[in-house]
Design a protein around this ligand. Sequence first.
Ligand code: NDP
Length: 503
Amino acid sequence: MRGSSPRMTKEGPSVGYQTKLFIGGQFVDSLEGTTIDTLNPHDGSVLASVAEAKAADVDRAVEAATKAFPKWSRTPAMERGRLLLKLADAIEAKAEELALLESTDTGHPIKDSKILDVPRTAVTYRYFGGMADKVQGSVVPVEAGFLNYVLREPVGIVGQIVPWNFPLMFSSWKMGPALAAGNTIVLKPTELAPLSTLRIAELMAEVGIPEGVVNIVPGFGWTAGQRLAEHPGVHKIAFTGSTATGRKVVEASAGNLKRVQLELGGKGANIVFEDANIKAAINGSAFAIFHNQGQACIAGSRLLLHEKIADEFLDGFLTLAKSIRLGNPLDPKTEMGPLTSAQHRDRVKTYCQIAHQEGGEILTGGQPPADAALAKGYYMQPTVVRAQPDDRVCMEEVFGPFVSVTTFKNEDEVLAIANRTPYGLGGGLWTTNLQRAHRIAQAMIAGMVWVNCYKRVNPGSPFGGVRASGYGREMGFEAMHDYTEAKSVWVNVDAQLPPWYPR
Ligand code: NDP
């Protein structure tokens, strides 16, 4: 079953990776035999050539998932849960290897992969493993003579499309609840960083998740992704990515009216009030934007500073931004790695030019680092730009280590700015005023709000956005409900048929 097995060492990968499609419990070549190179973002070298799924491969994967569905959906929920708990243990046992794999393929600093990506992935499978047998239907108190109960049944064959910013973690957010609820899966990881997801497929097989229950088809979005979204045999599509692609997914899904769950872009407002603990706000705001090189839909990418504390805050924030240590993601001292692809790095550079053209003031950064050791990689300096609320850099998602700074005078003004973009994913505020904290949290248009913290996530807490940031929720009972359908069953428990029935 297994292909080449990865041998990760402290210095990095030393042997091969799993590079084939995972369909029906087997690692197989693509039908046309084509491959896509996945690159090391630190130096642009080819890490591996991965089989490229095209439409016909997606069809094969959907067939395998369809075949596996009847048995898996009837497998006792406790048993499905047990397998997910085993998977969580297996991930923890391979934590070092998975962290190295994720950092090598995506550019995440290894310290982050070790303390965030891998543990959060294990915890997510464990959470949904524990939940598998706790999703219950209900009994509805209807009129006398009838029993009405509601079953929660799996949706069926689920298509999942995962982007490149957190491939390991995001695939657990999607596969955990889907599997716990009894669905079978065809997942398309991004072709830019598919290696950790393929390794998870191997672990799934090792812990005994039956063949065909999970199928992994790396490939391009406009071929494999598009086919998955439009496939008539897929009953739900769960997508994480840009708002523009989310719209295409909705259009493609219309053919068989599949359920759609969208986790799209964001332009998080991060508000610092004059009564905030400034030191905590500086540290938290740096994490909000610079963690994972700013490649996060929930990044706090718009800093809104009360005019009374703006200078003091910026002093500390710029000092911190300038001190962030860029470097090889596999170096444990690295605080910021490269962006995941050259194309994306160029997109962030373009936004630096746009800021300049719009009259924004680049307070620090704005270009790749001068360090010759990083010249081949896709690095960008942490960038802070003073800009006006309607500037493109304040309205559009940059998705990099790039934060705009704007000042405000009062609550009304800051709320108008915060709620100005088409997005509504996450936002945060820093204040020591309890009433203000709740008032602003309620007034922000967002699926998630953080008070005196930023970017906290937990498998139990619903994750997702409103408006152009999508709909549906990952995590928690909300996610389980999104992966189940309610079936209402009516039983006549009275020998007498009611009088309005035809005799
Ligand atoms: P996309 O939205 O294009 O890609 C996300 C995923 O969707 C990838 O797996 C991609 O495959 C796939 N995809 C692309 N086109 C289609 C399609 N027609 N049908 C189905 N699936 C498709 O994001 P990008 O990678 O191009 O990034 C661009 C911008 O999107 C970023 O700069 C950022 O603003 C935003 N983004 C937001 C994310 C989030 O977490 N909310 C994550 C990633 C990006 P492939 O990789 O082959 O293109």
